[in-house]
Design a protein around this ligand. Structure first.
Ligand code: 5GP
Length: 352
């Protein structure tokens, strides 16, 4: 595991509210428990539960959202999550989150995102570059401190309407200068229809935003087919594909964000030895190891690398290559990619 921690890594599939430290969730639950908003012991049981079906995971998210959704807490968790990724040598992070509107506390999707941005600016353990090249300052200039790139993806929740999805896309366009690079479609896969989100996703793509979709978490082959036909820039999971869709995915060469622990813990994949990572890896299909929800699934990106290495018999050279190749699939420009490649070149000298 130590070696996996020391390798520079790229994280492309991490949900903000799924990556919150348990200690922070407990602290927040205690405060709300004292106020009588929730019953602490009940919440504690839910947070500590180890194995959850995909359905139960979404119930947990509703609970986490009760704990985290006010501006100052959103700021706090953003800072902590970024610092946690930095601490395990993530050199490029695409953090995704669903902008939330909550009229009762005066929260709009924009003010939610402003709170996220404030958390990013509060990060103190590393130098963070969050602006696309050519815009604003380069925080890295002259600094010898540890550095990290952070970009944001705004998630559309499958519970949302076409209008709400469109609002999220417009917000992403508005916040491009602040490091928002794309759109994610996530949320409970048995809720909502592809046709509801398609207009907003189409518009986003036309406007040059990058798109990644949660695809194939349940065996809805019609939806999987429609999603692949849309040609997103990446997809997450790709667990329940039939043969025809699998062939389509491979020939379209759409990069896949692989979340091993998440798939096993939610029972989307019954056992690690039959995980589709193996097939994609052997076929040299573009893929990237990711955490999904490091808090909810008690994992870290280093652990995911370690798990892949031990489960699929990959040595250090292959694992390093896997970490490095992820640079090709990031939603950033060539300048950032070149800088990251240099970071990996430096690292390989030190690790050997
Ligand atoms: P947030 O967007 O609130 O920062 O992060 C939590 C949200 O991410 C969840 O409410 C859910 O919409 C989405 N999410 C997290 N993990 C998963 C997952 O494994 N599958 C899907 N489909 N959505 C997820």
């Amino acid at each position: 595991l130590e070696w996996c921690v020391s390798v520079p890594k790229v994280e492309l599939h991490a949900h903000l509210n799924g990556s919150v430290r348990n200690s922070t969730l407990f602290e927040l639950a205690r405060v709300l428990g004292d106020k009588g908003v929730i019953v602490f012991s009940e919440v504690e049981n839910v947070i500590m539960k180890d194995d959850r079906t995909l359905h139960e995971v979404f119930k947990l998210f509703d609970l986490i959202h009760i704990l985290t959704t006010d501006h100052s807490t959103v700021t706090r968790i953003t800072k902590e999550v970024i610092e946690d990724f930095a601490a395990e040598n993530v050199v490029y992070l695409e953090l995704r989150t669903t902008p939330k509107r909550n009229d009762s506390i005066g929260m709009s999707k924009r003010s939610y995102m402003d709170a996220v941005m404030e958390g990013l600016r509060a990060v103190s353990s590393v130098d963070v570059d969050y602006c696309p090249a050519g815009l604003k300052t380069n925080t890295f200039n002259g600094s010898t401190r540890k550095k990290m790139y952070v970009r944001f993806l705004l998630s559309i929740d499958r519970r949302e309407s076409t209008e709400a999805a469109m609002e999220t896309v417009k917000l992403a366009l508005e916040m491009r200068d602040l490091g928002v690079v794309g759109i994610d479609l996530s949320g409970n896969p048995i809720v909502g229809n592809w046709s509801t989100f398609l207009p907003a996703l189409k518009f986003a793509k036309e406007q040059g935003l990058y798109i990644t979709l949660h695809c194939g978490e349940v065996p809805n082959q019609d939806e999987i087919k429609a999603m692949i036909d849309f040609l997103p820039h990446r997809i997450g999971h790709a667990c329940c594909f039939d043969e025809e869709n699998w062939r389509k995915l491979k020939s379209a060469k759409i990069p896949v964000e692989i979340c091993l622990t998440s798939n096993i813990r939610t029972e989307t994949i019954s056992s690690i030895d039959i995980h589709h990572f193996v097939d994609l890896y052997k076929a040299k299909h573009p893929l990237v190891l990711c955490t999904d929800d490091s808090g909810v699934f008690s994992t870290s990106l280093s652990r995911e690398y370690n798990l892949a290495s031990s489960s699929f018999g990959l040595g250090k050279t292959e694992m390093f290559r896997l970490a490095e190749i992820a640079i090709n699939f990031i939603f950033a420009d060539e300048g950032v990619k070149a800088d990251l490649r240099a970071t990996f070149e430096e690292a390989v000298k030190k690790l050997n």
